[in-house]
Ligand binder design. Sequence first.
Ligand code: GDP
Ligand code: MG
Length: 440
Amino acid sequence: LSDKLSGIFDKLTRRGALSEADVAEALREVRRALLDADVALDVARAFSEKAQERAVGANIVKSISPGQMVIKIVNDVLVETLGETAEPISLDANPPVAIMMVGLQGAGKTTTTAKIAKRLKEREKKRVLMASLDVKRPAAQEQLAVLGRQVGVDTLPIMGGQTPVQIARRAMESARKEGYDVVLLDTAGRTHIDEPLMQEMVDIKSYASPHEILLVADALTGQDAVNLAKNFDQRVGVTGIVLTRMDGDGRGGAALSMRFVTGKPIKLIATGEKMDALDEFSPKRIADRILGMGDIVALVEKAAAAIDQQEAMRAAERMAKGKFDLQDLSDQLGMAEKMGGLGGMMSLLPGVAKMKDQLASAKMDDKSIKRMRGIIFSMTPKERRNPDILKASRKKRIAAGAGVKVEEVNKLLKQHRTMSDVMKAMGGMKRGGGGMMGKA
Ligand code: GDP
Ligand code: MG
C-alpha cells in the first residue's frame, strides 16, 4: 500500500494550493487504507468527504508533495474526529457512582470491569464494589469474583435466583449502606444484538441510573461496529467506549466507526488479558494505527517546523541588530501562538533566556498573547514601526479599536520597550563576538 501511495506522491510535485484532483487521487488511497483498517464502509466514505472539504485549497508546505500534504490533513481531521483530548471516566456524581458496562458476549466486559476497578482503587483511592448481572452464562458471576480477589476489589456476594435488575438493586443498596464510592455493574452480553438484551439493559439502567454507561467492543469488530454502537447508543445511551484487544493485529478502525456514528468519546483502550493492560485513549496513536501513514505525517510536520524555524531565525537576525518594533513583536507573538506557546519559540532563539524570564514574569499566556496582538492589529503600519509617535489620542483610538482600556495599550508599549532594550543589549553582545545567534 505505501508503495502505491509513494507512487502517487511522486506524480504530484507541484506547489501552491491543493487542487480537487490532487485531493481526489490521494483520498482514493486513504479510503483504501481506512477499509484495510476495518473502518466501516459508510464511515470511510463520510470521513473522506469531511477530509476533502478541509484539504481542497489548503496550502502545500514547501518541499512536500500535494499527496503528502493531503495525508497530513487527513491525519489531522482523523485525530480531531477521534477526539483531540483523552476523556477520563467521570466520577463526578453523588456516591455511590454507578458505572454500567455493556456490549456483546466475549467483548471483554468482565475483564475490563475488573481492570477499571483496580485502577479506580489504586489511582483514585476509591472504595469500589463490583457486581455481575450476568445470569445467563454459568459461572459468569464467579468469574468476576475471581478477578475481584485478584485485584483486591470487593464483589457483591452471589445469590441464586435473582434477575439482573434485582442484582443491580441489591448492589446499589449495599453500596449505599456500606459506603462504597463506586459500583461497577458488569452486564450479560449476547452473541448479537437482540431485543431482550436491549430491554434488559434499559431496565438495569432505569434502576441503577448509572453515571457512566461504557460500551465495551472488540477492536476487531469490523463492519458491525456501526450497527453495534448505534443500537446501544440509541436504545441504552452510552457515555463512552472502551476498545479491547488492541494488543492484537487489528488496526482499530472500529474506533473511528463508533466515534463517528455516536460522537461518544473513546475512553479507554484494553491491550491484553492482564489486569493492568488498560491505557488512556491516545487519538494520535490510534490515528497513526488506523491510517498507517505515520512516516508521511512526521515528514510533513518536520517540513512545517523547518519553515517556522527559518522564520524564527530571520526574526532573530533582525533582533540581533537591535531592531525590534511592534510589528516584530506581533510576528513573534503570532509564531509563539502557532508553535504552542512561548517555550517553543524561545527554544529556537539561543541566548534569549533572559527574555524568557521576562515574558514569564509578564504572565504571558495564550489569552494575553491574543489580546496583545489585537492591540497591535489596531495600529497603523506606521505606528507599528515607530512606537514613539503613539501619543494620547492615538492610544485612545487604538484602545477603542481593540476593545481594551488605554492602560492595556500602555502596558503593551512598556512590555515592548523592555523587550526592545533586551534585544539591543543582546545585539551588542553579538557584535562583541558572543556568537549567541549560532545554530539552533
Ligand atoms: P465478556 O463476555 O464481554 O465479559 O468478555 P470477557 O471479559 O469474559 O473476555 C473474554 C475473553 O477475552 C477473556 O478470555 C479475556 O481474557 C479476553 N480479553 C479481554 N480483554 C482483552 C484484551 O484487551 N486483549 C486480549 N488479548 N484479550 C482480552
Ligand atoms: Mg462477562
